[in-house]
Design a protein. Structure first.
Lengths: 92, 729
């Protein structure tokens, strides 16, 4: 036995183990998440905030085929969010 | 609530609310037919005003644009906000979609902060009830200190109660201190500082407004400063410095801009209130809306379903429209015949009315059923909520061209008439997206071009080809639009697309009333074009094609006609052919002579001369001067092309006999030329009315002219290429 220890890294490819922020675009349909932060321009953030998308808000993913816009449920109703914006909304 | 029952009061009411909240339906329920549309000065946002008498009061109702918020990110929001501040309506009604309460309350909260006399209309309350959402309206009303009236706009329920409450609330500004929400220590501190500074400086801003003003300033609202009322307030250097310092302090202590944090705080406030007053049945995971969506927005099925629906829509407009079109055609024919038989003398006025007006405008109105049917279908799709799904499905494809899902709806409308299509681009916030969509919208072959196709296709192509040819033309338009859009987005209009964020309303059963209303909103633009532009152009063209009149001809036509008559009489006596055959022969000869005479007369007129003049330009496309004159007319309005061709080939006779016209065209041109004509008409400059609208909506004549010049050039190149290559083959 030598003095070094091997650290086994968790398999981060599996999203169920992923704990860090994930962009909305990569989420799975049927799950709920909380928005952690929104990247991008001030305009985008303000635009989204008027619709209720701000850090701390809970969203339910209704539809996401990873190739186009995402349908989320937020504040009791649904929004279509294009892929560009979905890549900038970080959730966990 | 003070109730002022003095009769004869004039009360000004402003209607606000989210898009999709049913605001327009409520507006219509209140005002009925007593409404008209105008424009807010300086912007291309529509202003709808209506009136209504209620309990002896005269109500004036303004339907403000649908907005999600009052922060000035879009023209609509600025217009709505400015109206509320500058016009100071007596009472504001906020129409709220009860089934999407939290998001709709965001606007209400901002209105409460503004301190305007407010009434909330909880609209679509039937939908909310059916979804198991129960709202304790009394408690909510108490918590927010605002009257709330449940309504169902589509069934005109609750309207009277709404009006009564509004009348009672009107002008009631005492006691409304304005809602105060805590925005967190950092922002609240700055707010207090600013507010004191504002009140210290002058008394222009009444108490309840000071905090709100400070709020807006901190949000970074530049529009506020432009309002005349507060120019003085903002002109003090002290204030400016303080604002700047506050802004930089907040920028370093807050993670996001103040506006985002304020939004968070407002929504948190809403969340708290909603939790106390609203209870929803456990959301049935698989309710009807969801089930439909799982099929409709399915990755595999979505697009085919969408294409299928589009096909059905177009088939419907063509097949159902045809008998209706025929009916109108007959009506105008009858009208023409009536004039012909009751107006004995061949005067200029008669010709003007028959050929110019009835021929010109009639030609346009014939296509009204077609266009209205298309708009009807679109209205049904929009009201039911399907359009949002369509935008969702199309978004991915549109992205490849450089557009986004929202561009799709204006383009669809363009198949009816380009003018409402260009107006529909208002929903696109990004200027680049909007301009690109506006510039390619004319390529969605509009209803006006249909007469050209229905004239030429049966004349030059065999029956089984008719459908294919028509679809080909439409397809070419679409393909070209894609190419040009891509080109524009990678050159002149390069840049990021706006984030595609759109509300997905639950499916609703559209009501006949609202669908017809929406159809009419767009349809009347087409009619207005017909009644004004086309009428004027028809008259001008009639003049151009009649004058100057040739009285002395190169050939003696009268003598020729006499000779033919003599021959006929001789033939009748001497030959053993039956009378009908001789008659037919006679008719043919007479017709030929008459045509020659008309051609000569036509060449002499102003239109004819212009046509000759541009002939060298259009010859490479295989066109002659006659087509040239028709194209000139078509520039004014596409429908006029057919009327013009009719006039060129048969002045003085009934020009509604389309078949007769087709025969003559067939005699003069080849199918290739016909195809090139259609191609040219499809692509080239849209009608004048469209150019004008583009200029207005884009606020720049540069783009309108680019649309005009660019499309015409492309049309010319394309038609020339096709003709030249086609002639060789």
């Amino acid at each position: 036995m030598n003095g070094s220890t091997e650290i086994a890294l968790p398999n981060t490819a599996s999203s169920s183990i992923l704990r860090g922020p994930l962009p909305l675009a990569l989420s799975h349909a049927g799950e709920s998440f909380r928005i952690t932060r929104i990247n991008g321009s001030r305009d985008l953030k303000e635009h989204l905030s008027a619709l209720g998308l701000t850090p701390g808000v809970e969203v339910v993913i209704h539809c996401n085929d990873r190739k186009g816009p995402v349908i989320v449920g937020v504040k009791g109703s649904r929004l279509i969010i294009g892929q560009d914006a979905a890549l900038k909304i970080m959730i966990e | 609530m003070k109730s002022n029952s003095v009769s004869g009061r004039k009360i000004r009411i402003a209607l606000t609310g989210n898009p999709n909240s049913g605001k327009t339906t409520v507006f219509n329920a209140i005002t009925g037919s007593h409404q008209h549309v105008g424009n807010y000065p300086g912007v291309t946002v529509e202003k709808k005003i209506g009136s209504r008498r209620f309990e002896g009061n005269n109500l004036e109702i303004v339907d403000l644009p649908g907005v999600y918020s009052l922060t000035p990110h879009s023209a609509e929001e600025v217009v709505a906000r400015n109206y509320l501040i500058e016009e100071k309506p007596d009472v504001v009604i906020d129409i709220i979609d009860s089934s999407s309460l939290e998001r709709n309350l965001y606007l209400a909260i901002q209105l409460l902060e503004m301190g305007v006399p407010l009434v909330l209309a909880f609209n679509m309350s039937d939908v909310a009830v059916s979804r198991g959402i129960r709202i304790d309206i009394e408690k909510l009303s108490r918590l927010l200190n605002v009257p709330i009236v449940p309504t169902v706009g589509s069934r005109s329920r609750g309207i009277d109660e709404l009006l009564q409450t509004s009348v009672n609330t009107a002008g009631n500004t005492n006691g409304t201190r304005g809602l105060v929400i805590g925005y967190g220590p950092e922002i609240d501190a700055e707010l207090d500082g600013l507010r004191q500074l504002i009140s210290a400086d002058n008394g222009a801003a009444p108490g309840r407004r000071r905090r709100w003003l400070a709020l807006k300033t901190l949000e970074g609202d530049r529009e506020i400063e432009k309002l005349a009322e507060w120019k003085d307030v903002f002109n003090t250097p002290d204030l400016r410095d303080t604002v700047e310092n506050a802004a930089s302090r907040l920028a370093s202590s807050l993670e996001d801009s103040p506006e985002v944090h304020m939004a968070e705080s407002r929504y948190a406030y809403i969340s708290d209130i909603v939790r106390e007053t609203v209870s929803s049945a456990v959301e049935q995971k698989r309710n009807m809306s969801d089930r439909i969506d799982s099929i409709v927005t399915n990755r595999v099925l979505g697009l085919p379903i969408f294409l299928g629906l589009m096909y059905v829509v177009f088939q419907l407009t063509f097949t159902v429209g045809e008998p209706l079109m025929g009916w109108i055609e007959n009506l105008f024919g009858w009208l023409g015949g009536l004039i012909e038989s009751n107006w004995p003398s061949d005067s200029a006025l008669k010709s003007l009315i028959e050929d110019g007006i009835i021929g010109g405008v009639g030609g346009v109105l014939v296509f009204l059923p077609n266009i209205l049917l298309l708009f009807l279908a679109i209205a049904v799709l929009e009201d039911s909520g399907y359009m949002a799904r369509a935008a969702f499905i199309m978004d991915r494809l549109m992205h490849k061209i450089g557009l986004q899902g929202k561009s799709f709806i204006p383009l669809l409308i363009g198949f009816g008439c380009t003018i409402p299509a260009i107006m529909a681009t208002r929903t696109l916030e990004n200027q680049r997206d909007r301009l690109t969509t506006m510039l390619v919208a004319p390529l969605m072959s509009c209803g006006a071009r249909l007469p050209i196709y229905t004239l030429l296709i049966p004349a030059f192509f065999p029956r089984p080809w008719h459908g294919i040819m028509l679809w080909t033309i439409y397809a070419i338009g679409i393909v070209l639009a894609i190419v040009i859009a891509k080109l524009l987005r990678s050159t002149a209009l390069k840049g990021e697309s706006a984030p595609f964020v759109m509300e997905l309303p639950p499916y609703r059963m559209p009501t006949p009333k609202s669908v017809l209303l929406h159809m009419w909103e767009r349809g009347r633009l087409y009619l207005r074009k017909a009644g004004t532009v086309i009428l004027a152009i028809s008259i001008i063209l009639w003049a151009l094609t009649t004058y100057p009149q040739k009285t002395v001809f190169d050939k003696d036509y009268d003598a020729a006609i006499d000779r033919i008559q003599l021959n006929y009489n001789a033939e009748l006596v001497s030959s053993d052919l039956n009378e009908d055959a001789v008659q037919a022969f006679l008719d043919k000869q007479l017709a030929a002579v008459k045509r020659e005479q008309q051609a000569e007369a036509m060449a002499y007129t102003a239109a004819g001369r212009i046509g000759h003049w541009i002939e060298p330009l259009i010859k490479p496309m295989g066109f002659d001067w006659k087509i040239g004159t028709a194209l000139i007319g078509a520039f004014a309005a596409k429908e006029v092309f057919v009327a013009q061709m009719g006039i060129v080939y048969a002045i003085g006779e009934e020009a509604e006999e389309a078949d007769a016209l087709r025969q003559r065209l067939q005699a003069s041109y080849t199918p290739l030329v016909a195809f090139c004509i259609m191609l040219f008409c499809l692509v080239s400059a849209p009608c004048m009315a469209t150019i004008v609208v583009t200029g207005r909506e884009s606020n720049s004549w540069k783009w309108a002219l680019l649309q005009l010049g660019g499309l015409t050039m492309v049309a010319w190149i394309l038609a020339t290429a096709v003709y030249q290559i086609g002639s060789i083959l």
